[in-house]
Design a protein around this ligand. Sequence first.
Ligand code: TXA
Ligand code: MG
Length: 355
Amino acid sequence: MKQTITIKVDPQQPDTKQIQAAADIIKKGGLVAFPTETVYGLGADALNPKAVSNLFKAKKRPTDNPPIIHVENTNTIHTLAEQVPPKADTLMKKFWPGPLTLVFKRSKNVPDVTVAGLDTVAIRMPQHNVALALIRESNCPIAAPSANLAGKPSPTTAEHVLKDLNGRIDAILDAGPTRIGVESTVLDLSVDPPVVLRPGGTPVEALKQVLGEVKLHPFVAAEKELTVEKTRSPGMKHTHYAPKAQLIVVEGDITVVMATIKLLITQYWFQDKRVGVLATAETAWAYEADVVKSLGSRRKVDVIAANLFRLLREFDEENVDVIISESVSTEGLGLAVMNRLRKASGYNIIKVGQP
Ligand code: TXA
Ligand code: MG
């Protein structure tokens, strides 16, 4: 166990001395959790193999699942990537800094452990002054997976990070809750046409507008577990976002979804189970269960995305045996929300009457 220092910083204008204190830890090969616009990341010097190997240990992350490398200016990517196709320039101009991770053929400068032995590297420029200042002061690209224990929902507050990693990391920069709440979209540019490997904060529709043709990896909209052979992004095959309780996702027309959830509540009550429902602002009133939580209005999918991981974590404190969740449309950020919910449920999905 080490002592984890919490450094409270202003999200817009972080104090330089505080950022320097955190950057000193990164420079010495330590681990610092920091906010981005999506979720909190756990940072280490991407070019220091020992530091990155400690990063995997702290998170208990399987070593075959590489982290994303965070940069604060676009020039750095040329030292990390071997080939940067022209499409990348267009994407970086439009979406960086922001929730879009680009996968390139890797340069030999990047240690094997940082890319988990792959021949590609995933890079993004976060849109958060604290993250950008930390990378600048550390004077190195920062490898940062989400700052949760492997398998848990990604952290959207410093409290979530400490719950999982207190005593396992050197410091955390606490700048309050993150804005977007789901992780970045991961786009593979090492192939053509580009392939979305993980839906996230940048909607696929926005990528299509810029690129024309974009493919979705089968995992993106998967409604059941796919075999490992189809895996291109290693993270796809690992357990993810799982709350303690069994999660069931009910998908389809909302009135039929509601009726189905009510029926399921009665069935679980009959088995003496404690039941939670993950509902929305328009529907939460209708359920009688042990715990009912609302993700927000169905008309504001950005709010739903921002609340999702926090609510999954809150259910862990409620000692429910089962959580039954509504679903949302897969348009825009909804695709990322449904991808996370389906994975969190271990693809325990009930399909009812389609809209
Ligand atoms: O928003 C985010 O992306 C957050 C913040 C902290 O930036 N980071 C994040 O990192 O979600 P992580 O490590 O939890 O997820 C990274 C994803 C994993 O699914 C991983 O498999 C994939 O990116 N990935 C990393 N390197 C890759 C590569 N070379 N090729 C394909 N996928 C890669
Ligand atoms: Mg993660």
